[in-house]
Design a protein around this ligand. Structure first.
Ligand code: DOR
Ligand code: ZN
Length: 387
């Protein structure tokens, strides 16, 4: 088979350290088939499935169930994240050794913070022993930022949890990965922890890097309080976006993670109060990151690294490399191709995005997944062919 990659960039298949595939429990939002198809359409060849399905991925049996579904209808590799606490309830620990033994690549209660410092300390100690990172969702649920669209997740709360968890690593060891960093103070704390030699890594989501969503520049005239802009952590102020961007270019934040969070349209209507948190992410990550390349915030090589070898390194996965002998996971994209996300151009079952109607540049032409070629060269439909 010959692939026409003229005018395209050829890079390792993208790796997403943070996604919600909604299996089991929420097939109306996404299925393993639709979620992994969207991932492949966005250039991803490995995605991590967070544990907040219903029931959550908190036991080896749940991991096995998820893996069986991926085996039967998955279009890309899915790395399973096991829960830190049973039922994600924050009170009792899951069996971390058993989860690791069943193949989990990380531990996380993502969607919920782990409020107990004792439990978090235990999880961090286990992370060192088992060789898997703890992915921390750093939220407190006790405040309101002035002028912020969402009432609960404040910058002060995020920074306090980041600080607490870094202190736990300092005292007890462990491998800490901070999910969806959104505030300037968090970037500062993570940078200081790394300078002190602690095993702390971090990710940022494309929407927290995009100035077009700041409160001072609402996209498409949508009011800041529109439900389609509701996400956790919330969209922040310009100074936070700029700090997160700087952290990404400095390498303090070495992964971009989509936090792909599909929700049905009906769940995103009705304003900030009732709307569900989250955006569809797989198909928009690469073009949104290319925006940062165009404004000179990142080099193309850095942008690709944050979407490939950065997350692969954190997860200890054989991914994110084009070296001879590695898995044939490859992304071929046209960096100049223009397109506009709409309900019709997205493959994910849920279309919830504040980027609808914004002109983007950068479109994946081929995703090669373990040697299997998915071609999007001709149209927007998903067409797979054996290499
Ligand atoms: O916006 C979000 N959506 N943030 C989270 O932490 C969870 C996620 C979800 O599961 O929908
Ligand atoms: Zn998440």
């Amino acid at each position: 088979m010959t692939i026409d990659a003229r005018g395209c960039v050829v890079c390792p298949g993208l790796v997403d350290i943070h996604a919600h595939l909604r299996y089991p429990g929420f097939v109306e939002k996404e299925t393993i088939a639709s979620g992994t198809s969207a991932a492949v359409r966005g250039g991803f060849t490995t995605v991590c499935a967070m544990a907040n399905g219903e029931p959550p991925t908190d036991s080896p049996a749940r991991v096995e169930q998820l893996n069986a579904m991926v085996q039967s209808e998955g279009r890309c590799r899915v790395a399973v994240v096991g829960a830190i606490t049973r039922n994600l309830a924050g009170s009792g620990p899951a069996d971390w050794s058993a989860l690791k033994h069943e193949g989990c690549t990380a531990l996380s209660d993502d969607g919920n913070p782990v409020m107990s410092p004792e439990l978090m300390a235990d999880a961090l100690r286990a992370s060192e022993r088992l060789g898997v990172p703890v992915i921390a969702h750093e939220e407190t649920r006790d405040g309101t930022d002035a002028g912020a669209p969402n009432p609960c997740w404040t910058c002060a709360g995020e920074a306090a949890m980041v600080e607490r968890d870094i202190e736990l690593v300092r005292r007890y060891g462990g491998r800490l990965h901070i999910a969806h960093v959104s505030c300037d103070r968090s970037v500062e704390l993570i940078g200081a922890a790394q300078a002190a030699g602690l095993a702390v890594t971090a990710e940022a989501a494309p929407h927290h890097l995009d100035l077009s969503l700041c409160e001072d520049a609402p996209s498409l005239g949508l009011p800041p309080a529109h439900g389609c802009r509701k996400v956790n952590p919330p969209l922040r102020a310009r100074r936070d976006v700029e700090a997160v961007r700087a952290g990404l270019s400095d390498g303090i934040i070495d992964s971009v993670a989509t936090d792909h969070a599909p929700h049905a349209l009906s769940e995103k209507l009705g304003g900030m109060g009732p709307a569900a948190f989250g955006f569809t992410g797989f198909e928009l990550a690469l073009p949104l990151l290319l925006r940062l390349v165009r404004v000179g915030q990142l080099s193309l090589v850095q942008a690709i690294a944050r979407l490939t070898c950065g997350p692969a390194r954190t997860l200890g996965l054989d991914a994110g490399s084009l070296a001879v002998g590695r898995r044939a996971d490859i992304c071929v994209f046209d960096p100049l191709s223009e397109w506009t996300p709409t309900r019709d151009t997205l493959v994910s079952k849920s279309k919830n995005s504040p980027f609808h109607g914004q002109k983007l540049q950068g479109r994946v032409r081929f995703t090669i997944q373990a040697g299997e070629v998915h071609s999007f060269a001709g149209d927007h439909a998903l067409r797979a062919a054996r290499a």
